[in-house]
Every structure is written in structure tokens, then in C-alpha cells.
Design a protein around this ligand. Structure first.
Ligand code: NAP
Length: 304
């Protein structure tokens, strides 16, 4: 079992809320349950709660109820709009059955979603105004690392909450970074994904050109894997692309969202990022061609 055993943690602190049971949220919530935490779950589409209920999760009908029952509540949602929707209605008013109405005193709200720093600061300010604590903690690593508890956690914001969340983080991740001021977790995550998106375009173009030039894609991947360019992503995704397997571990629409947010961050700073801008256009094109809900490696189909 990874990390501190929750049996050593005060009963109240073992009560964890979890909002958002997509690819990542389901796997992480499952690890918390297996790790001995009492987990209360909520998801917009309620049927995704069923597998978690079968292994012991308590299911509730609103984010507010999950927060009320929990010492710490985690959220793992698609994008900035979804993250904000846990707190606010579309018109900006406080959501009646949302997170804010369940928060008090030393409770903590931790957003694992990949969002921009401004969204994180907005959510953080609203949570602090209720006297509660907020941490952003986007994660690096995809479906399999999430299932295996091997994520890399990029936490920033309230340091006391970071300390309180460590027993949970240790069930989710193999490496935990505390990056200081709120916004730094979001920035770090976006920059890492910018590099990943650009690497994926390079891999796809290489596979496409290898084939068009009369080489075996398998030979190309073996050559890549034998030198300084060897990496876990090429090793995993290369053969899947070659075999035309694009079932989503990291949905392509989320990769494009991350590049869009990265470019906005660079715009704010006034930094030119030509390769990231081209990568964003490639993923946008793939969305246009219908690959939004496929794995981000499906960008291959729009390039070759
Ligand atoms: P996903 O499978 O698409 O799940 C998205 C979740 O957000 C679902 O629970 C969905 O609810 C919910 N959601 C979307 N729009 C909503 C809204 N307007 N209101 C309420 N709930 C909403 O995505 P995922 O792969 O788990 O990714 C989740 C986050 O982690 C994203 O920010 C992504 O960028 C980031 N991330 C993903 C990976 C990865 O490899 N997959 C790795 C690292 C980080 P429904 O079930 O009702 O649709």
C-alpha cells in the first residue's frame, strides 16, 4: 500500500469528496477508496457513479452534498468552464447546490483539473471568501498512471491544505511537487502539455513520412527507441498509432484545450511560441475532422 496508512489519520480527515468521474477522476477516486478513505462521489452524468458505488463509494446528488460530507473534496473536470460550474451558474451567480454552499472553516477544496491560472485564482478567491482553503493540483500522467497511482502531482496554493492532502496525494501519485503560489501548478501543467503535444505531432509526422518513404513504421519506432529520443510516450503511442488504435486515454479535445490555454498564457507574457501555435492548429484540425473524443494520438489521421 502506498504512503501513510489512512488508519493513522483522524476519522474525520478520512472523509473525502470527489467531483467528476471521467477517465481520470474514476481511476483516482478508485485508488482513494482502495487506500482506505471514505469517498463520496458526484458526477454530472450519474451513471458514472455506479462502478464506484459497487466498491463502496457513497453517491450524492450535488457537489454541495459531497462537500458537506467531506473534510477534503477533490474535483477532476474537463476544462475551465466545467471547473467554474462547480461553484457558479452560467450567469456568474453562486450555484445553490454547488461547492461554496457546502464549505466552511478548515475544509479544503482541491481542483485536479487542467485549467488556466486565472480560473484557479477565481475559484481560490471564492473558496477563501467562505473561510475554507483551496489548492490547485493538476496532474501529469494519463489513464494508466492514474489507475496505478503513478501520477505526478503539481500542487500550488494553500500550503496547510497541501500538507493535509498528502495522504491522498500519496495514493494517487508517485511524485508530488509543491510549487508555491496559486497559478504555478496550472502554469507548470500547461507548459508540460505543450511539450507533449508538440512531441506527438513530431512522432505522427515521423510515422507518416517513414511509411510514405517505403520504410516499416515498426523499424522507425525501434530506431527511435534505441537512442536519445527513446521515451515512454513514443513507446506506448507509436505502436497504437501504427495499428490505428485511438481509443481515448487522453481525449484529443483536452489536448487542444491545453494548447489553447498555453498560447493564452504566452500571449499574456508576450512570448512568441510558433511551434505550439502550429501544434494547436493541428489539433484543431483533428477536432474539425471528428476526432475530439478519440485519443490525442488521433491527430495522426489529420496529418498524413
Ligand atoms: P473526461 O473523461 O472527458 O471527463 C471529464 C469530466 O468532466 C467528466 O466527469 C464530465 O462529466 C465532467 N464535465 C465536463 N463538462 C462538465 C460540465 N459542464 N459540468 C459538470 N461536469 C462536467 O476527461 P479526463 O480525461 O478525465 O480529464 C479530466 C481533466 O484532467 C481535464 O482537465 C484533462 O485535461 C486533465 N487530464 C487528463 C489526462 C488524461 O490523460 N486523460 C491527464 C492529465 C490531466 P460527464 O461524465 O457528465 O460528461
Amino acid at each position: 500500500m502506498k504512503g501513510e496508512s489512512p488508519v493513522n489519520i483522524d476519522q474525520n480527515r478520512r472523509k473525502i469528496g470527489f467531483l467528476g468521474l471521467g477517465i481520470m477522476g474514476s481511476a483516482i477516486a478508485q485508488n482513494l477508496l482502495k487506500g482506505g478513505f471514505e469517498v463520496t462521489v458526484w458526477n454530472r452524468s450519474p451513471e458514472k457513479c455506479e462502478p464506484l458505488a459497487e466498491i463502496g463509494a457513497h453517491v450524492v446528488r450535488s457537489p454541495c452534498e459531497a462537500v458537506e460530507r467531506s473534510f477534503l473534496t477533490f474535483a477532476m473536470l474537463a476544462d475551465p468552464a466545467a471547473a467554474e460550474s462547480m461553484l457558479f451558474n452560467p450567469d456568474g451567480a453562486i450555484r445553490e447546490d454547488g461547492v461554496l454552499n457546502g464549505l466552511s472553516d478548515e475544509k479544503g477544496y482541491i481542483d485536479l483539473s487542467t485549467v488556466d491560472p486565472a480560473t484557479s485564482r477565481k475559484v481560490g478567491a471564492a473558496v477563501s471568501a467562505r473561510g475554507a482553503r483551496f489548492l490547485e493540483a493538476p496532474v501529469s500522467g494519463s489513464k494508466k498512471p492514474a489507475e496505478e497511482g503513478n501520477l505526478v502531482i503539481l500542487s500550488a496554493g494553500d500550503e496547510s491544505l497541501h500538507q493535509d492532502a498528502l495522504p491522498c496525494f500519496e495514493k494517487m501519485g508517485k511524485k508530488i511537487f509543491y510549487l508555491g503560489t496559486l497559478g504555478n501548478g496550472a502554469r507548470m501543467k500547461l507548459i508540460v502539455n505543450m511539450v507533449m503535444g508538440e512531441m506527438m505531432i513530431g512522432l505522427c509526422e515521423g510515422l507518416g513520412l517513414a511509411q510514405a518513404a517505403g520504410l516499416e513504421q515498426e523499424d522507425f519506432l525501434n530506431v527511435l527507441d534505441s537512442g536519445a529520443l527513446a521515451n515512454a510516450m513514443f513507446r506506448l503511442k507509436g505502436p497504437q498509432i501504427g495499428a490505428g488504435q485511438f481509443s481515448p486515454a487522453f481525449p484529443l479535445k483536452h489536448m487542444q484545450k491545453d494548447l489553447r490555454l498555453t498560447l493564452a498564457l504566452a500571449d499574456e507574457i508576450g512570448l512568441s511560441l510558433p511551434s505550439a501555435a502550429i501544434a494547436n492548429e493541428c489539433f484543431k484540425k483533428a477536432r474539425q475532422l471528428g476526432s475530439s473524443n478519440e485519443d490525442f494520438s488521433a491527430v495522426y489521421k489529420s496529418l498524413v
